[in-house]
Design a protein. Structure first.
Length: 214
């Protein structure tokens, strides 16, 4: 029993470190020699990078942050491809969720940035794309619809955090996946609490608008 538990702990830590790779911070340093946390919303995520550094930088951060989540889930699934699998088969879904949570937390609480980071939307989407592609595409669709209508990224992200739970339930996904969507969705919404305040005040910037420096 000690071996599976040890493997689970190592998997979580590796996934956390993958999520902790500070993509937005590194891109900011590479493109402009700046600390992206000192601009706009202070987030290292793709939206703040887009507003501060432009489309190329924003798209790069979005892609890499998604890949971090995908890599964490691929790593968890890879354990069960080993000839001498150290983890019981009935642990599969739970380990996948554990890896996903590790990556999501790592992105927003990066050990390399004194536990700061982004809002974990792109990394969560990357996790979902490997965990449950149909749910991921439905969630992405809800985000894009809201973005097309209102042109506010945070509103699309919050909508996606709600829709992912509905889809997991309606599509009868395994209990661990349901718990992941609940935890990750709630976490994403909590990370957007500043955006929610600006949405209620009518001051949340739309795509193409600059946010005043914090």
């Amino acid at each position: 029993m000690l071996v599976p538990i040890a493997v689970s702990i190592v998997l979580f830590l590796v996934s956390y470190l993958l999520g902790s790779i500070p993509t937005g911070y590194l891109i900011g340093k590479y493109f402009k020699g700046i600390d992206i946390r000192e601009y706009g919303s202070g987030s290292t995520g793709a939206t703040n990078v887009l507003r501060t550094l432009g489309k190329k930088a924003g798209a790069t951060v979005l892609l890499v942050d998604m890949l971090k989540g995908m890599a964490a889930i691929a790593l968890a699934r890879g354990l069960f491809l080993l000839d001498a699998n150290p983890v019981p088969e009935n642990w599969r879904d739970w380990l996948i969720v554990l890896a996903g949570i590790g990556a999501v937390i790592g992105h927003s609480k990066s050990v390399f940035l004194n536990f700061s980071g982004g809002k974990s939307v792109a990394t969560s989407l990357g996790v979902l794309l490997v965990m449950s592609p149909i749910v991921a595409l439905g969630t992405l669709g809800s985000f894009l619809v809201m973005l097309a209508i209102f042109r506010i990224v945070s509103l699309g992200s919050i909508t996606g955090a709600i829709v992912v739970n509905l889809l997991m339930f309606l599509l009868d996904r395994p209990l661990p996946y349901l718990l992941f969507s609940l935890l990750a969705g709630t976490y994403v919404i909590v990370r957007h609490r500043g955006n929610i305040q600006r949405l209620l005040a009518g001051t949340e910037p739309k795509i193409g608008q600059k946010m005043q420096q914090t």
